[in-house]
Each structure stands twice: as C-alpha cells, then as structure tokens.
Design a protein around this ligand. Structure first.
Ligand SMILES: *[C@@H]1O[C@H](CO)[C@@H](O)[C@H](O)[C@H]1NC(C)=O
Ligand SMILES: *[C@@H]1O[C@H](CO)[C@@H](O)[C@H](O)[C@H]1NC(C)=O
Ligand SMILES: *[C@@H]1O[C@H](CO)[C@@H](O)[C@H](O)[C@H]1NC(C)=O
Ligand SMILES: *[C@@H]1O[C@H](CO)[C@@H](O)[C@H](O)[C@H]1NC(C)=O
Ligand SMILES: *[C@@H]1O[C@H](CO)[C@@H](O)[C@H](O)[C@H]1NC(C)=O
Ligand SMILES: *[C@@H]1O[C@H](CO)[C@@H](O)[C@H](O)[C@H]1NC(C)=O
Ligand SMILES: *[C@@H]1O[C@H](CO)[C@@H](O)[C@H](O)[C@H]1NC(C)=O
Ligand SMILES: *[C@@H]1O[C@H](CO)[C@@H](O)[C@H](O)[C@H]1NC(C)=O
Length: 382
C-alpha cells in the first residue's frame, strides 16, 4: 500500500509539467517556529517532529509540527501549522495527555503521522500523535496515542500502547521511550525503545494493532546479544525499491567510542515488522566519520537513479547520504548548512521532484534556552 502510494507520488512529480520549484535554490532558512515566551520559567525546546498532510483536498500540503517543552501549568504537546511549506507558522491546537495530568508533568518524544488508509474506526487522513507521558511523581513512562479527525484542530485520546517504569536510563530500570508510527499492510505499528526486558539494558521493539485500541505482543526489532549495548531511537522509512530502512543509535557501540559513542546502525528488510533477524550494518561515511546519536532517515527520489537516503544524526551538522539503497560502502558525508540539533526532523517537500527537504530543529537536549526552527535543504545531484 505504502509502496504503491510512493510510486504514484514519484510518478506524478516526475511527469508533471506543473513542477515549478525544481531548478530554484532553497528559498528560506532559519525560520523560527517557536521561541518560549520570556516569562516562562523553562526556556527549553527539543525533539521536533513534523507531518505533511496529503490525504485530503482542503488540507493538502499543510504541515503540522510538534515538539517537547515545559510550558507553565499542565503540560501539553503543541501542534503548530504551516500552509506555505514551512515559511510561516501558527498555533493550531494543544494536546493534553492522560498520564501527564498535572503541572510539571512531562510529555517527551512526540511523533506525528497521517494514516494513509482506513484502520478500525479511523479513516485515511486521520492524524495521529504519539508521545511519552511522564506524571509529575516520575512513577511511570506511558506511550499514549491520540487521534485527530479534523486535521489536527482537536485530538482525542485513543489508547496507551506501552507502560514502563519511571524515566531512568540506568540499566535495570524499566522505562519505555521514543515512539514512532508506521502503517504496513493494514496493521499500524508503534515502535519504541524498551528497557523492560531483563535480557537487554535497552532494546527496540514494536506492537501492532488493526483498530488502534488493542495491541499485539511486543516484537523485537533490535535486541543485542550483549546486554550493555543499548539500541535506541527508531527511525524507519520505505525506499524506492520497496525495501524498508531502519536506523537507530547504539549506545556504547565499540567502533569509535570517543567520536561516536552512540554509533548509528541500520538494517534493511522487506517487511518493517521483521527487522529482528536482518543484518546490523554500521553507518560509516567514506571519509571515516561514523554518524552518532538520534538518527532521522528519509528516502527521496531525487539525486540519482536510486534516489537518495538522507540521514541526520545528533552530533554532526552534516548529513549522511546514500545513493545505493543503503550499500554500507556508499555513505557520503555532505554539508547541510544547518546547525546541529538533537534528532533533527527531515521531510521531503511536495512539488519539488523530491529535491527539497525541510529540516526542522527542535534544539539540542539539556540546554537552558533553545528554539524550534526550520529551513530548506536541497538534495545534491549525483
Ligand atoms: C506571560 O505573559 C503573558 C503575556 O503578557 C501572560 O498572558 C501570561 O499569563 C504570562 N505567563 C506567566 C507564566 O507569567
Ligand atoms: C491531495 O493529495 C493526494 C496525494 O498527493 C492526491 O491524491 C489528491 O488528489 C489531492 N487532493 C487535492 C484536492 O488536491
Ligand atoms: C504517581 O502519579 C500518578 C498520576 O497522578 C498516580 O496515578 C500514581 O498513583 C502516583 N504514584 C505514586 C507512587 O505516587
Ligand atoms: C534508576 O534505576 C537504577 C537501576 O534500577 C536504580 O538503582 C536507581 O535508583 C534509579 N534512579 C532513580 C532516580 O530512580
Ligand atoms: C559489551 O559491550 C560493552 C560496551 O561496548 C563492552 O565493553 C563489552 O566488552 C561487551 N561485552 C562482550 C561480551 O562483548
Ligand atoms: C543503485 O543501487 C544499486 C544497488 O541496489 C547499485 O548496484 C548501483 O550501483 C546504484 N546505482 C548508482 C548510480 O549508484
Ligand atoms: C542558519 O543558521 C546556521 C546555524 O546557526 C548558520 O550556519 C547559517 O548561516 C544560517 N543561514 C542563514 C541563511 O542565515
Ligand atoms: C543552565 O541553568 C543552570 C541553572 O540556572 C546553570 O547552573 C547552568 O550553568 C546553565 N547551563 C547552561 C548551559 O547555560
């Protein structure tokens, strides 16, 4: 389903005489989406995510963005909107979470998704928001799913996919983290980081649903034989050859502990629910750089006959591109012109033949004062 959608989008873009922006340079950079008001006691933002609405006429090409922050009073996930491809932004709604129901509770690690086909009571075009809600007493982590029937104007609580112990990254603690959503063959998967399995300090796993309410068993995506190694921060995308690429950080990875303590690894598979048995590969560029921490990976049809995989990490300003469907010898580090950021969001923009990527930066983690910003980046041609 997703493959045919992507193929038809690619075909459309390439064949269309209406494409107007292809030869143009990026039109903007460093657009501020959100700055915490000066009278807020917490001035940080981080971990921004966007979604491009494509399933409905009126809202087509509307961008939505969300991120983590700490507003005064009961916390919420912000939903901002842009109707001009990221050039200007305004608030659309606020989403409150069941398990973050008081002041100073926290909503971490948001993820936005527009479902491409009807699933259960949720028609194509429903916007989903998942995040990790933490009550003020830090007693648990809760991966909650919320849905919007009106393109992000309002959201309703749908279900809690996974519950873990309080937020604590020490081995032996049992939290869950970092949800990511993908629909495949009629099943919606919520992928996340999981410290609950006593065999692994942390592993990556997913659960699936056909109604968004009841969730199947926990299925491993990356679970290392060495207990100490901690795969984290799932990012999955489908490539033009139909295969899926799954990128993640690997904390305490042995390859280059000084420069890449969270070395990015990746796997390729035909089915995004069957990564556990796929080979683990290292994202090492031709100049020797190993990407490290918080990857986000997309594939775009631009840049060559195989299109281009683009991976952002949370350590380097540069991006890592691959024009050979993930061949481990074909990663090239390229300038981004963007500031480094914690798990920067990448989005292929419409009507550009895939050449323009919107890069959204929620700000580095653990800083006192950060903003949410975005800018365009042009995929280098081969
Ligand atoms: C911050 O300032 C705005 C605008 O003056 C005001 O509406 C709001 O209540 C203030 N918030 C806090 C937490 O003081
Ligand atoms: C909205 O976008 C989808 C996907 O590109 C397309 O199939 C549909 O025709 C568009 N609708 C309108 C009204 O432009
Ligand atoms: C922590 O807060 C949650 C939500 O308010 C509550 O349900 C839970 O009982 C509290 N746990 C402890 C140990 O106080
Ligand atoms: C974090 O988890 C470790 C291992 O279970 C435990 O020893 C430690 O007390 C926990 N820290 C907090 C702040 O709860
Ligand atoms: C497990 O990984 C850690 C961190 O890289 C390393 O120090 C340790 O030697 C590894 N253990 C084994 C048995 O390979
Ligand atoms: C396209 O990818 C294939 C591997 O799937 C590779 O053999 C080929 O060289 C690539 N083409 C280019 C132009 O990079
Ligand atoms: C945008 O910000 C980055 C990082 O601070 C900077 O390197 C770049 O020059 C800026 N670009 C523009 C067009 O101002
Ligand atoms: C952040 O604020 C704290 C408390 O005011 C201060 O101790 C710390 O140095 C600040 N950190 C940075 C990076 O500015």
């Amino acid at each position: 389903m997703l493959l045919s959608l992507i193929t038809s989008l690619v075909g459309l873009a390439v064949g269309s005489p209406l494409v107007s922006r292809v030869t143009q340079p990026p039109t903007f950079d460093n657009v501020t989406i959100f700055t915490p008001p000066s009278n807020w006691s917490n001035q940080w933002t981080t971990y921004a995510r966007t979604v491009l609405l494509e399933q409905d006429g009126e809202a087509n090409n509307t961008l939505l963005a969300s991120w983590s922050f700490q507003p005064p009073g009961r916390t919420y996930a912000p939903i901002y909107q842009s109707k001009d491809g990221g050039l200007s932004w305004s608030e659309r709604s606020k989403v409150y979470f069941s398990a973050a129901d008081t002041a100073d509770s926290i909503i971490l690690q948001v993820f936005l998704y527009e479902i491409p086909q009807t699933i259960g009571a949720y028609p194509a075009g429903t916007v989903l928001l998942a995040a990790n809600a933490v009550p003020v007493n830090h007693s648990s982590t809760n991966i909650e799913l919320h849905a919007s029937h009106d393109k992000g104007q309002s959201f309703e609580y749908v279900s809690t996919v996974a519950v873990g112990g309080g937020p604590n990254t020490t081995d032996g603690a049992t939290p869950v983290w970092e949800p990511m959503i993908l629909l495949h063959q009629g099943e919606l998967g919520v992928f996340y980081s999981d410290q609950r399995d006593p065999k692994h300090g942390q592993k990556l796993a997913h659960q699936t649903s056909t109604d968004l309410v009841s969730w199947g068993a926990v299925v491993n995506d990356a679970a290392e034989a060495n207990y100490t190694l901690r795969p984290g921060m799932t990012s999955i995308t489908q490539m033009g050859n139909g295969k899926y690429i799954f990128s993640y950080e690997l904390a305490y990875a042995p390859e280059d502990p000084v420069n890449a303590p969270y070395a990015i690894h990746y796997r390729i598979a035909d089915n995004p629910f069957e990564f556990d048995t796929a080979e683990e590969l290292l994202l090492k560029a031709t100049d020797g750089t190993i990407a490290s921490a918080g990857p986000q990976t997309i594939w775009t049809p631009a840049g060559g006959p195989n299109g281009t995989i683009v991976t952002s990490d949370s350590t380097n300003s540069e991006f890592f591109i691959n024009r050979a469907y993930g061949d481990p010898s074909a990663w090239v580090k390229v300038a981004s012109g963007k500031g480094v950021g914690y798990t920067r969001d990448l989005r292929v923009m419409p009507d550009t033949e895939g050449t323009v990527i919107l890069v959204t930066n929620g700000g580095m983690y653990n800083r006192n004062q950060t903003i949410v910003s975005c800018g365009e980046w042009v995929v280098p041609s081969a």
